[in-house]
Design a protein around this ligand. Sequence first.
Ligand code: PLP
Length: 407
Amino acid sequence: MSHRTIPTSQRLLDVRYEIRGELARRARDLEAQGRRLIKLNIGNPGAFGFRAPAHLQAAITEHLEASDPYCHQQGLEESRLAVASQHIRRGAQGVSPQRVFIGNGVSELIDLSLRALLNPGDEVLLPSPDYPLWSAATILNGGTPVYYDCLPENGFQADPAQIEASITPHTRALVLINPNNPSGASYSRELLGQLVEIARHHRLLLLADEIYDGIVYDGAAFEPIAPLAGDHPCLSFGGLSKVHRACGYRVGWGVLSGDPARAAEYQHALDLLGALRLCANVPGQWAIPAALNGPDTIGTLTAPGGRLYESRRAVIEACERSAFLSLVAPAGALYAFPGVDVDKVPGFDDHRFALDLLESEGVLIVPGSSFNVPYRHHFRVTLLPEAEQVREVFARIERALSRWAPA
Ligand code: PLP
């Protein structure tokens, strides 16, 4: 009897998500053998001792009994109202609860937003580095990622001229991730205005992943793009996972702004795809009004003395002291994306190094090339551990790099 394996979809051939890939599997094997590891691969606040604010938990418990039925495919009315109000307060045009889509995390909505848009061969402009779900979802939905460089030497900022030069008759959307995962770059009002002008001129849908909208450091201010886009169609994403430290609730939202007439079919397509999956997790949605109408709970973490601020400072100081590393200090989000000086470590390769670091030092990082960059001398760590653990991690990284450097 022959034992043929089950063939998988050809669509998966170019799909990668290495944050939870081979290295993470190797880490699990090592843990099963009793190794104690420091795992910095996932921006999972709960895994580092952060709790969702008590008023979010209370809102869920209070409404648990009301959460038995499916709700509307776009989400609970109360929750959509809270999201719409936040965006109207920010100055976005054309926003109403009917144009808010609540999903099982922003992850689900990234997929839906591209599925509703793309036909085979359509191109999507994505930042490099990107959060790799954007590339994966583009490919899975028949599209082609076209990357615009956000280079370390430019502070990981986008270059509008390069974006404009990459546009073809097949380009359908311009994606931005602000603040960016993995680089931590945050975009100025001026740059965002230039991106809006490009999108407007070439009639591209703006897809703005703003899941880290409240996480900025050192006085940097987050600028939402929707208010600058005015009547131009823009879908902005936010959620509870990061700013509200409740990623296990699986709650995110997408908000359509701009002239409703110009995106009526797209709005309908999003509603239809939402209906096909019935609705998002209902209990978690009750935390949305509590989160958006309640007190700010992130500011004390990102201000001097706050846990995220101090961890970020520990990363910056470790990179400054390092014989091998350079860093563009992250202005926002939950990650740092240091680069290794390849003149000092000539044979450096991000994947091989990450595997070596895991096996020899018990530290799990994500190789930079997992974020769709064409170079292999960066890596990503999350800022979520306490500062002391960050210092320990960078001591181990330095030790491993010294072994890689010629004597
Ligand atoms: N977008 C970005 C930039 C992210 O970093 C993440 C998670 O790390 C997501 C979206 C997905 O978040 P969730 O599905 O938890 O809302």
